[in-house]
Write a protein that binds this ligand. Structure first.
Ligand code: SAH
Length: 282
């Protein structure tokens, strides 16, 4: 673990704040601090452990929030990394899942499936609505017997591995991919912590080089990549398979749905939590 952290401050005008918080929710899901500035607007502060991550984050900011002022500094690690472990609270997702950190005791008799996630820089602890909506969708599909053990899944943008681990715990086996090497490391670690490593193949990359067709595809990414990936994802879905898409702001949901309807899918089932929407075809 590094002794120093890279601190990235965003100085955000009031009218950019909603978008900035949306970008941070996806790009820095482990958390950030927000402080209102006396002259108006806010300072959003993110701590990064690696230069690689910081550079990718700065690139995301440059693309999504070009108007925002960004300041970068190096700060001692102090208690920050320890402190944010304390923020991790158990989170129930959907009817069937409970997400805990590895060091937490499971609560007494329990009718929920426990997923343990080591919170690192990869996205996916269950606290964010985009993840929770996917775990709720998996719960519903299980209750409807639409998904069943022995089926095969593909998790595109696996992040911490949380959705793949959930599917594996339901008895499915599959493939999880992520373009981010840090996410792949975190997903491998979490797959092992959850004793699901033998049910999930984890690879760095995206949908290229995949030839298998899957019973279930999960993709919690962002609206634009999901629109762009529509032909690829549908080519990888078995006829009649289930597709779960998340990471969309509610106002973007119809555009994403249309990209898939244009390729032959029927209308999707929508579910929302706050400003986030998930689409399910099953
Ligand atoms: N599945 C997790 C993480 C979602 S965050 C959850 O539901 O919580 C989105 C992840 O997608 C990030 O880890 C990001 O690196 C990855 N990603 C973004 N674009 C991608 C692409 N085109 N192909 C594969 N992974 C991608």
């Amino acid at each position: 673990m590094p002794e120093q952290l890279i601190r990235i401050d965003l100085i955000v005008e009031e009218h950019d704040l909603e978008v900035a918080n949306g970008v941070l929710a996806l790009a820095a899901p482990f958390g950030w601090e927000e402080e209102s500035l006396p002259a108006g607007g806010s300072r959003l502060c993110v701590h990064a452990e690696t230069l690689e991550w910081a550079e990718r984050f700065l690139h995301t900011l440059a693309v999504t929030l070009p108007r925002v002022r960004v300041e970068k500094s190096v700060v001692p690690k102090t208690d920050w990394a320890v402190a944010w472990r304390d923020f991790f609270t158990p989170v129930e997702c959907g009817r069937h899942f409970l997400v805990l950190a590895p060091w937490m005791d499971a609560p007494g008799p329990l009718d929920r499936i426990i997923i343990r996630i080591e919170p690192k820089t990869a996205f996916g602890t269950g606290h964010h609505p985009t993840t929770a909506l996917c775990l709720a969708a998996l719960s519903e599909l299980l209750d409807q017997h639409t998904i069943a053990p022995a089926m095969r899944f593909l998790d595109v943008g696996t992040g911490s591995g949380i959705l793949a681990i959930a599917a594996a715990k339901l008895g499915l086996t599959g493939l999880a991919v992520d373009i981010d090497s840090l996410a792949v490391d975190n997903a491998l670690e979490n797959a092992a912590v959850n004793h699901t490593a033998d049910r999930i193949e984890i690879r760095q990359g995206s949908t290229e080089y995949i030839t298998e067709r899957f019973d279930l595809i999960l993709a919690n990414i962002l609206a634009q990549p999901l629109c762009d990936m529509a032909p690829d994802l549908l080519a990888l879905l078995k006829p009649g398979g289930c597709l779960i898409l998340s990471g969309l702001l509610t106002r973007e949901a119809h555009a994403v749905e249309s990209a898939y309807i244009a390729l032959g899918l029927p209308p999707a089932r929508h579910a929302s939590d706050g400003e986030w929407t998930r689409l399910v075809w099953a």
